[in-house]
Design a protein around this ligand. Structure first.
Ligand SMILES: Nc1nc2c(ncn2[C@@H]2O[C@H](COP(=O)(O)OP(=O)(O)OP(=O)(O)O)[C@@H](O)[C@H]2O)c(=O)[nH]1
Ligand SMILES: [Mg+2]
Length: 280
C-alpha cells in the first residue's frame, strides 16, 4: 500500500508538541491494544527522552485479552510503566486514575521536599490518530471536555484540561511519522482507522485483512459472515461475503468497494470479536 500519511498539518502538530514539551512532567503515550507495536511513533523516542513516560494500551475491550497481557509484560520487561484501558468503562477508568495519581503524588511529594512548592503536574497525552486520546481525557476528567470521533484527525490543536487543582492534561492532535517503510505496519494502521479513509484502497485492504484472519482468527469470519469454508483465495472470499450480504450496486452487480469498507468497519466496531493484529 502506498500511502502519503504525513500531510502538512502533522508536521505542524509535531512542532506544537515540541514547544509544549518543556511545560510537561509526564508523557502519557497511548497505543492501540490491537496493534501496540505498529502504533508506536518512532519519532517520539528521541522527543521524550528525560521525561517520565507512561504507556497506556487503549481499546483493550477490542483486543485479545491474553495477547494484551503479553504486550504489557513485554513493555514492563523493557522498563516501561504500562497498563491497558477501556476508556468507555468506569471500572477500567478507576484503575487508571489510581495508577496515574500514584505517579503524580510521588512527583508532587518530591517537589515539596526539594523545593518547598505545591507543584501542578502537567501530563501530555500523545499518540497516533484515532487511538482514543480525547476519549481518554474526557473519561479521566469526567465529562465531555474535548471533541471525539470515530475517524482520524478530530483534534486539531492543543487543549489543556484541568482534572483537579494540581493535575492538568494536554490533548494533542494524532501524529504519524513521515516514512512508513514496513508494509504490515501500514496495513495495521489502516485496519485500526488511524489513516484517513480517503487515502485507502479498501478492496486491497480488505483482501489483506481476510488473509490475516485466515491465519489468526479463521472461525471469526466463517461464523460472522456465514461462510462454509475458507478454502478459496481472499479475493474470492471477499466476493462471497458481498454476495451473502447482498451488497449490490444499482445495476445488480456486486458492490465490492462497499463490502470491503464494511468488513473493515465490522472489525473496527468489534463485530468480529476481540482481535489482536500482532503479538510481541
Ligand atoms: N471500544 C473502545 N473505543 C474507544 C476507546 N477509546 C476511544 N474509543 C473510540 O475511538 C474513537 C476515537 O476516539 P478519539 O478520542 O476521538 O481519538 P483521538 O486519539 O483523540 O483521535 P484524533 O484526535 O483524531 O487524533 C471514538 O469513536 C471513541 O469512541 C476504548 O477504550 N474502547
Ligand atoms: Mg482527539
Amino acid at each position: 500500500m502506498d500511502i502519503n500519511w504525513y500531510p502538512g498539518h502533522m508536521a505542524k502538530a509535531k512542532r506544537l508538541l515540541e514547544e509544549e514539551l518543556r511545560l510537561v512532567d509526564i508523557i502519557i503515550e497511548l497505543l492501540d491494544a490491537r496493534a501496540p507495536k505498529s502504533s508506536i511513533n518512532p519519532d517520539f523516542e528521541k522527543l521524550y527522552r528525560n521525561k517520565l513516560r507512561l504507556i497506556v494500551l487503549t481499546k483493550s475491550d477490542c483486543a485479545d485479552r491474553n495477547i494484551t497481557y503479553k504486550w504489557l509484560k513485554n513493555f514492563r520487561d523493557e522498563g516501561y510503566n504500562a497498563i491497558d484501558v477501556n476508556s468507555l468503562d468506569n471500572n477500567s477508568m478507576n484503575a487508571i486514575k489510581k495508577w496515574i495519581n500514584g505517579f503524580c503524588d510521588e512527583m508532587r511529594r518530591e517537589y515539596k521536599e526539594r523545593k518547598g512548592i505545591n507543584k501542578t503536574i502537567r501530563a501530555m497525552v500523545v499518540g497516533i490518530p484515532n487511538v482514543g486520546k480525547s476519549t481518554f481525557i474526557n473519561a479521566l476528567s469526567g465529562g465531555r471536555r474535548v471533541k471525539v470521533g470515530d475517524k482520524p484527525g478530530i483534534t486539531k490543536g492543543k487543549q489543556w484540561i484541568r482534572v483537579h487543582p494540581y493535575f492538568e492534561l494536554l490533548d494533542t492532535p494524532g501524529i504519524l511519522w513521515p516514512k512508513l517503510d514496513d508494509r504490515q505496519t501500514a496495513l495495521n494502521l489502516s485496519y485500526i482507522g488511524s489513516i484517513k479513509a480517503e487515502l485507502i484502497d479498501f478492496e486491497e485492504l480488505a483482501i489483506n485483512f481476510i488473509d490475516l484472519m485466515k491465519i489468526k482468527y479463521p472461525e471469526r469470519i466463517l461464523n460472522y459472515y456465514g461462510l462454509e469454508d475458507l478454502d478459496n483465495t481472499s479475493i474470492e472470499i471477499l466476493y462471497a461475503i458481498c454476495k451473502k450480504r447482498s451488497w449490490l450496486r444499482s445495476g445488480g452487480e456486486l458492490d465490492i468497494d462497499k463490502g470491503a469498507r464494511q468488513i473493515i468497519r465490522d472489525f473496527q466496531q468489534g463485530k468480529l470479536g476481540r482481535i489482536s493484529l500482532e503479538t510481541p
